[in-house]
Design a protein around this ligand. Structure first.
Ligand SMILES: CNc1nc2cc(C(N)=O)ccc2[nH]1
Ligand SMILES: [Zn+2]
Length: 374
């Protein structure tokens, strides 16, 4: 019996979307779901109570960052990540592979593992598949990830193929290392670059390893969105219906809709919280850069169709003022709005799956929000 289990509630007519429930040791989560990212054991600018008020039921934390600071042993000594950050709902950690390959300079990838330098102080570190599992075991998230190589974009087919072979061998080592499957569920990660043959092989070989859930990695790394959608079209249908599918690092409102249409159940992305701190918010009419001068005397809410705390109580003029004055409340209000926007969007997507009109929701969304093919 694994820590998590996926309950398929309803398949959509007309597309591959599905409604489900993810049962975890820290609660049940309606899917498709967007997971706010709490990189360093906090969703930046939000308290756990504010996240609960927004309707968040699962958040993500990064293994690389927590290994680097404060260290997984302190988190373990504090009773694990849930206790350490005072979050009693579900947590997912990634394996650190993505950060090792994207954040750190000077790295050396070998069969045994990866040697790299810390982005904080330049110190030398080594992470193997075994070490990545041991760190995640100490952190204690409900869902943990295999250690994998997230390929850059673009990449040569030959390198992608040999990297995939190693990532599959690393997945076997991760599965052998992870013992307490009733406390934490280990997801396999599908890689293979933007190559149909490699993606199909990765999906088939990872499914044969029988993980309780599957992540689709190596996307949202700068590739055009149509290519990401192609990879999903090649991959998701090869994954078992009765297990969750998690699209890593995605995403923007349009990608959440397109991913759900293709059968993705779980999403995470730093975008909503990161752009919020920079004064940019999602609205029903598209993105709005509230810190811009044009809003200096605009007394409307950021989004006239939004009922979040920020839009119910503050004007664009006030929030722009906070950004200009470098007041922390500014970033807090835009973060509240962006997380509310995406969590509400997922509610609309789940309702549309219930009503079998997700494709109609997509068309209506693009008509109002605009469609960027980048
Ligand atoms: C922001 N984009 C993104 N792509 C990702 C891919 C991976 C992965 N392991 O392939 C992990 C995190 C990711 N975040
Ligand atoms: Zn709002």
């Amino acid at each position: 019996m694994d820590a998590i289990s996926y309950e398929l509630i309803k398949k959509s007519n007309g597309c591959d979307a599905r409604l489900g429930k993810l049962h975890t040791p820290h609660g049940v989560i309606d899917t498709p779901v967007f997971m706010p990212v709490g990189t360093q054991a906090t969703v930046k600018a939000m308290s756990p109570d504010e996240l609960k008020d927004l309707g968040a039921h699962i958040i993500l934390s990064n293994t690389y960052h927590l290994y680097m600071r404060p260290g997984e042993k302190l988190v373990k000594k504090s009773g694990g990540l849930h206790k350490f950050m005072n979050w009693d709902r579900a947590i997912l950690t990634d394996s650190g592979g993505f950060q090792v390959f994207s954040l750190s300079n000077l790295r050396d990838i070998k069969e045994e593992g990866v040697t790299f330098k810390s982005h904080i102080d330049g110190s030398k570190h080594f992470i193997s598949p075994e070490k990545a599992i041991e760190i995640q075991n100490d952190l204690g998230a409900d869902i943990i990830m295999c250690f994998d190589e997230c390929l850059p974009y673009p990449v040569e087919h030959d390198y992608a193929s040999s990297s995939l072979n190693r990532t599959i061998r690393w997945a076997v080592r991760c599965k052998e290392t992870h013992k307490d499957t009733e406390r934490q569920s280990l997801f396999g990660i599908i890689q293979g670059g933007m190559f149909k043959d490699l993606r199909e092989r990765s999906a088939k070989e990872m499914v044969a390893l029988d993980f309780p859930g599957y992540s689709i990695g190596g996307l949202s790394i700068g590739e055009p969105k149509p290519i990401m959608y192609d990879v999903l079209d090649w991959t998701v249908h090869l994954l078992p219906d009765n297990k969750p599918r998690y699209l890593m690092g995605v995403g923007s409102p349009d990608c959440l809709i397109e991913g759900a249409i293709r059968g993705v159940d779980m999403f995470d992305c730093v975008l909503p919280t990161r752009i919020a701190r920079n004064g940019t918010v999602f609205t029903s009419q598209g993105k709005l850069v509230v810190r811009n001068a044009e809003y200096a005397e605009d007394l409307r809410p950021m989004d006239t169709e939004c009922d979040c705390y920020a839009c119910r109580n503050y004007s664009r003029a006030y929030i722009r003022h906070l950004f200009k004055a470098k007041e922390i409340l500014g970033a807090r209000l835009t973060t509240i709005h962006n997380l509310h926007f995406l969590i509400k969007l997922m509610e609309k997507i789940r309702q549309a799956i219930k009503d079998d009109n997700l494709l109609k929701l997509r068309d209506e969304f693009y008509a109002k929000y605009g469609y960027n093919r980048d």
